[in-house]
Every structure is written in C-alpha cells, then in structure tokens.
Ligand binder design. Sequence first.
Ligand code: DTR
Ligand code: ZN
Ligand code: ZN
Length: 336
Amino acid sequence: MKPSRAWKAIADSATLGRLALLATATLPLAWQAQVPAAYVHLAQFQALAQEHGDRAAGTPGYEAAAQYVEQELADAGYESHRQYFTFEYRGEEVESFNILAEAEAEDGETGAADADTVVMLGAHLDGVPGSPAINDNASGAVALLEAAKALSAQEGITSTVRFAWWGAEEYRRSPGSRHYVEDLAEDDSEELESIAAYLNVDMVASPNPVIGVYDATDTDSGLEVPDGSVEVMEVFTDYFDARDQPWVPTDWNFVSDQVAFVENDIAVGGLFTGSDERKSPREARLFGGEARRPRDPNYHLPGDDLGNVDLDTLETMTAAVTHAANALAQDSSDLE
Ligand code: DTR
Ligand code: ZN
Ligand code: ZN
C-alpha cells in the first residue's frame, strides 16, 4: 500500500459515514494532512446521506448538502446565491434550487479583453432517491468545490468564472440547469451570449474508472456540437497529455446538465469516469481495473456510497477541473 493511502485503510475499515469522518479526525496528524480535501467532503456527504436518507431534489438531504456547499463557499470568500425553480414529477410539483457563485474578472489597467466573457462550470448536487449518490454526483460536486476554492486564491483573472451546483439533474430533461439556461434565454439579455463555454462534471470517481473527456468530435450523437467545444475538450486533453495521463473520448450523454447549453449553442465539454457501461479490455490496459465489468456497478443504487469511489481518480479529476477553471480564468481567448 502506498504510505499516502494508509489513512484511507483506517477510514475504510471503520463503518461508513460518521465513523469514516471520526476515523479521519482521529488519524495521526501527519496522516490527516494527507487526506485529500475532496475525500473529506465526500465523507461529509456520506454522513448527510445517512442522516437524511438521500440527497434527492427538494428533500431535507438536498437542503443539508446545499448548506454544506454554501458554507464552504462562504469560507472561501464567495457570495453564493440560490436560484429556485419548480418541476413536475408524477403529477406533483417539486421545488428545488441551484447554487451559483462566481469569481469575477478584474478589469486591469487597460481593461481586459475578455472581461465580459463568462466561463461556466457545473455539477449536479442532487442524487437519485434512496442512494447516498456519492459517485453520482457528490464526486462532481466536491471536485467543483475544490476548483472554486483554488480559484478564489487567484489574483487578476481576466474572464469571469461562474460555478453552478444544479438542483435537479436526475429528473427528466435535467430541470435545474434547463431552468438556468432558459431563464437567461427568456430575458433576451446579453447574459446568455456572454457565456463562452460550459464544463460539466458528472461522475468523476467511478470505482472501475476510465478518464473520460466529452467527445466534441463525435458527430453521431444527434446533437449539433457547438463551435468552441473542441477547444474546451483540448483544455482537458492537453492537460492530461502533458502529464502522461491516458484518457479516452466519451460519448455525449443526452440527459445531463450540458444539454440545455448545447441546445443554446454554447460550447461544452466535461469529464466522466463511467456509469453502468462495461469497461473494455483496451480501457483496462490503459487505466487498470476489470475489463468487461461495469465502470460503476452501483450506478443509481443504494450501494453508491463512500466505498464506491476510486480515490486516485477523484484526485486526478479534481486537479483537472481545477486546472480548467484556472486556465480559462486567465485566458479564454481560444473559446471566442
Ligand atoms: N446521466 C448521468 C450519468 C451519465 C451517464 N453517461 C454520461 C455521460 C456524460 C455525462 C453524464 C453521464 C446521471 O445519471 O447523472
Ligand atoms: Zn444519475
Ligand atoms: Zn449524474
């Protein structure tokens, strides 16, 4: 075992949830310092799911997770706000909300060229009912949180970066992100046009993972790929290539939060480590793990808990999201 993972063996040997947290809290100090922040957040999400049952849109579990994200954002100096919306599910009206926070571009002495450009990154915070929903999608939510925290320490950014935690992806047509985009479109304001790109982070710690980047060159999906999407893809692929990190292009998914952006012709990209599809032998050679087995055997099941994540993958993807947010904040000119 890698010495840096010794703490995880202790955390895992305890029961999940609060005990996992306790276990990390009582580790020797030298080990505590090595626990990745993203994993600490996941343990908190697990504890909240145990307390509330799940994190489905419109439930107390969702509210508790939202408060956790909001507190972390406030601690990092962000002013976040909620955007409420309703959607219909089985004849009932459900209310939920998105959380938005942004790091604003500074004009600089001469007035930065990209100051009106907004780059958005988002992850859905809700989970399916009856599951702790840790890989899908506490993983994306915490990777995004870490990226936001890292960006808050950056000075002199030239493009505004807006982070979104979506309040209902797991329902038909992802009503959280759809509400956000359609609200801007209705206003007919320049705000929608100012969004140069949207980067989606959904499922980034699968236990039998691939390092997947949304394939902007895929023309078979039925969706017209917006201009600029190849450049977004390259932000991730250049990053992985520079680190000799293998990656694979991953198919578009028709039911996640990038779709409303695609429909409004906004460049999109994203990261994904796999759901219930089986890993190919080639992918097993590239990334390890088990060929012909699901990349996430607990997809949408109660077993999607703290034990259902690959920690190295979570760290790799958190670093990649952080890189993308920083790089695009400094220079988004390739997207214009
Ligand atoms: N629809 C997502 C999971 C999902 C499955 N394949 C992809 C590809 C790209 C992004 C997301 C997904 C969910 O259940 O939340
Ligand atoms: Zn899902
Ligand atoms: Zn998801």
